[in-house]
Design a protein around this ligand. Structure first.
Ligand SMILES: [Zn+2]
Length: 443
C-alpha cells in the first residue's frame, strides 16, 4: 500500500500540466547562449606539490594561535605569516611582478583576546584588474592562517591547524599562482581586481576578516564576491570524486536570492554540479566563518568546506586519549581533493573577474497586469554583449535563462505572470563571462 501510494504521487508530479494560464503562450523564447570563456584553468596545472610544501611549513610553526608570537621566526603565527608572504612574493616574481603583496597590521579586541586589543596581521596579494572601471571591484579568495588548540585562549600548546585552516590559506595562495600566471599570459584577464588573502584572528571571533572588510572599503573597492575557504583539505572517504560543500546564506528576503546565494549559483554553474554541492545555509549548523561579516553586510560571500568533517581533528591539542588520536595533522589531508578545490576556486575567480559588472536596480513591475516588466540600470561597457533575463519556478533552486537582451535596459515578458516565478538579470560579456545574477525587487 505504501509503495503504491508513492508511485501515485510521483506519477502525478511528473505529469504536471504545462498549460497553466499566465505562462508564456508559445513556450519561452530560446535565447542563443554565448559559450563561457575559453582558457579554463586546467586541473593538471594545479601544483599539489607546492601546496604540500606550504602546508608543511605552516604546520612546522608549531602553533599559529593569533595570540602567539608575531616576531619569532620559528614558532607562532609570525612564522606562518612569513611563509605565506614569502610564497606570495615568490609567485609574484615568477609572474613578472603581477602581484602586489601587503602585510596589513592592525589591532583587534574580542572576548577571546581577553577583552583587550591585541596585534593582528593579514597578508594580501593583489592582482590588479586591467579595466579602469572594473578594477575598483574586488573578487576575494581567503583562508585563515591562524590555528587553535583545545585551550582556545592559550597560545602555548601545539596547534598544527593543517586542515583548519592551512588548507584554505594554501588554496588562496595556489589561486594566486594559477591566476597571476593566467594574467601574465595576457588575453584580457582580469578585468576586475582579485585579492588573495590569508587572515588572522578567525578563531578569536573572525577578527581578521572583519578588519579586511573595513580595509577594502577604505581602499575604495566594492566587493564583487568573497570566497572563504576554511577546512577544505580532507576527504574522509577518499576515492570520490566528492563535491566540496559551498555554503550561502538566504539573506533577508523570502525568495532565497541574496547576493551570497547568487554567488553560490554562479560558482556552481562555472565549476559544475559534480564539483560543487550547494548548501543553502550561511554555514555549518551553529558554526561560523570569515564570509560571515561580508554576508551580513549584504555582499556576495560564500564558504567552501570539505564534504564531511572529522571533529577529532579540529581545534584539538595533538594527543592520544582512550585509543583515539586527536589533532589537526598533515597526515589526514588529501591533496588530490585540495587540488580540486584550488582549481574550482581559481576558475570561478577567473570567470567572475572577466565578466561585466552586474546590473543594478533590477525591478519587476506588472503586478495585476498580464505581462512581467523587468528593468535594470547598467553603466556603459563596450565589452558587454547584453543581458540574460533569468527566471525560475519559486520551488526551484537554480535559474534558467529566459531571454537575452542585447540593447536597452528593459524587457517585457509578454503573457508571463509576475506571480508564478522569480526573476533576475545578469550581464554577459562578449567573452562569454557572466556577472552574478541580480534578483528583481518589487517596484
Ligand atoms: Zn577555520
Amino acid at each position: 500500500m505504501v509503495l503504491l501510494g508513492l508511485f501515485t504521487i510521483s506519477d502525478a508530479a511528473q505529469n504536471t500540466p504545462a498549460q497553466d494560464p499566465g505562462e508564456p503562450p508559445q513556450g519561452q523564447p530560446h535565447p542563443e547562449l554565448l559559450s563561457r570563456p575559453g582558457g579554463a584553468i586546467a586541473r593538471q596545472s594545479v601544483d599539489e606539490k607546492a601546496m604540500q610544501v606550504l602546508i608543511h611549513e605552516l604546520v612546522g610553526c608549531g602553533t599559529r594561535h593569533s595570540l602567539s608570537s608575531w616576531t619569532d621566526s620559528k614558532r607562532g603565527i609570525g612564522c606562518g605569516r612569513d611563509f605565506v608572504a614569502m610564497r606570495f612574493r615568490q609567485i609574484s616574481a615568477e609572474s613578472g611582478g603581477k602581484l602586489q603583496v601587503t602585510v596589513n597590521e592592525f589591532a583587534a579586541t574580542s572576548e577571546r583576546t581577553g577583552g583587550k586589543p591585541v596585534p593582528m596581521e593579514n597578508v594580501y596579494a593583489i592582482l590588479p584588474g586591467n579595466d579602469p572601471k572594473l578594477a575598483k571591484t574586488l573578487f576575494i579568495v581567503s583562508g585563515h592562517m591562524d590555528s587553535i588548540s583545545s585551550r582556545w585562549t592559550d597560545p602555548e600548546p601545539d596547534a598544527p591547524g593543517a586542515d583548519d585552516d592551512a588548507s584554505g590559506t594554501t588554496v588562496s595562495v595556489e589561486c594566486a599562482r594559477l591566476l597571476s600566471k593566467a594574467a601574465a599570459s595576457g588575453q584580457g584577464f582580469p578585468r576586475a581586481t582579485i585579492l588573495f588573502a590569508a587572515v588572522s584572528g578567525e578563531e578569536q571571533g573572525l577578527l581578521g576578516s572583519k578588519h579586511m572588510l573595513d580595509w577594502i572599503k577604505e581602499q575604495g573597492y566594492t566587493v564583487g564576491g568573497m570566497l572563504d575557504d576554511d577546512i577544505v583539505g580532507a576527504d574522509l572517504a577518499p576515492g570520490g570524486p566528492h563535491r566540496v560543500r559551498l555554503f550561502s546564506g538566504n539573506g533577508t528576503v523570502d525568495d532565497c536570492d541574496s547576493p551570497s546565494r547568487e554567488l553560490a549559483r554562479a560558482i556552481e554553474e562555472i565549476d559544475g554540479r559534480s564539483a560543487i554541492r550547494m548548501i543553502f545555509r550561511v554555514d555549518r549548523y551553529g558554526r561560523g566563518g570569515d564570509h560571515y561579516y561580508f554576508y551580513k553586510a549584504g555582499l556576495p560571500a560564500v564558504r567552501f568546506t570539505e564534504p564531511l568533517e572529522d571533529y577529532t581533528h579540529q581545534h584539538q591539542t595533538p594527543r592520544t586519549e582512550n585509543g583515539i588520536v586527536y589533532g589537526d595533522m598533515e597526515k589526514y589531508l588529501d591533496f588530490k581533493f585540495m587540488g580540486d578545490v584550488a582549481r574550482d576556486n581559481a576558475e570561478a575567480l577567473r570567470q567572475l573577474a572577466m565578466a561585466p559588472a552586474p546590473p543594478a536596480r533590477t525591478i519587476l513591475k506588472g503586478a495585476v497586469t498580464p505581462d512581467a516588466k523587468i528593468s535594470w540600470t547598467a553603466e556603459e561597457d563596450p565589452e558587454r554583449a547584453g543581458f540574460e533575463i533569468l527566471w525560475r519556478e519559486t520551488t526551484e533552486s537554480r535559474w534558467q535563462v529566459y531571454d537575452f537582451v542585447v540593447t536597452g535596459t528593459e524587457t517585457i515578458l509578454k503573457g508571463v505572470s509576475t506571480d508564478n516565478h522569480y526573476y533576475a538579470v545578469r550581464a554577459v560579456g562578449k567573452n562569454g563571462a557572466r556577472s552574478i545574477a541580480v534578483a528583481t525587487e518589487a517596484n
